[in-house]
Design a protein around this ligand. Structure first.
Ligand code: SF4
Length: 146
């Protein structure tokens, strides 16, 4: 399976936010710069993460982006499913449906493989993504102290 770029940079954003605590929340621009992606792409990812309830924008002094409680305890598998959608790994249907699709054993095997892929990611929470050795590196990318 190959993740979309959108999913990948969304995961980068939650990893960076997972190591930001309290009143040191980051802006979307700072997360984009830390992860070396265009601001507009990161803004779309952050918007989607907010819609999912994973990220919140805090107002006032020390405000900025932060992970919600749901965002911290969410599994990576759940988040990737939400970001990737329900599509199968191959396009059996669509404009030119495959003639084998009614009886294809490959299709069912790929579905099982896809579920195994997500099941493995279900063993890891978003908060765990920022554990060592990733945490110190994530903090160093922004140029800001936590
Ligand atoms: S061969 Fe099977 S898996 Fe491939 S497109 Fe056709 S139905 Fe889908």
């Amino acid at each position: 399976m190959k993740l979309t770029k959108f999913t990948d940079l969304s995961l980068r954003a939650v990893m960076r936010l997972a190591v930001a605590e309290g009143d040191s929340s980051l802006t979307t621009r700072e997360v984009a710069e830390a992860m070396d992606v265009p601001y507009t792409h990161m803004a779309k990812a952050v918007s989607r993460l907010q819609h999912l309830g994973v990220v919140e924008a805090r107002r006032g002094r020390g405000g900025g982006l932060g992970l919600t409680a749901l965002g911290r305890r969410a599994t990576v598998g759940w988040l990737v499913r939400e970001l990737e959608g329900e599509d199968e790994v191959v396009a059996c249907e669509g404009e030119q449906p495959c003639p084998l699709r009614a009886a294809c054993r490959l299709r069912s095997a790929l579905r099982r493989a896809q579920e195994s892929f997500y099941a493995e990611l279900d063993t890891l929470s978003v908060a765990e993504l920022s554990a060592s050795p990733a945490g110190p590196v994530l903090l160093s990318l922004s140029g800001r102290a936590n």
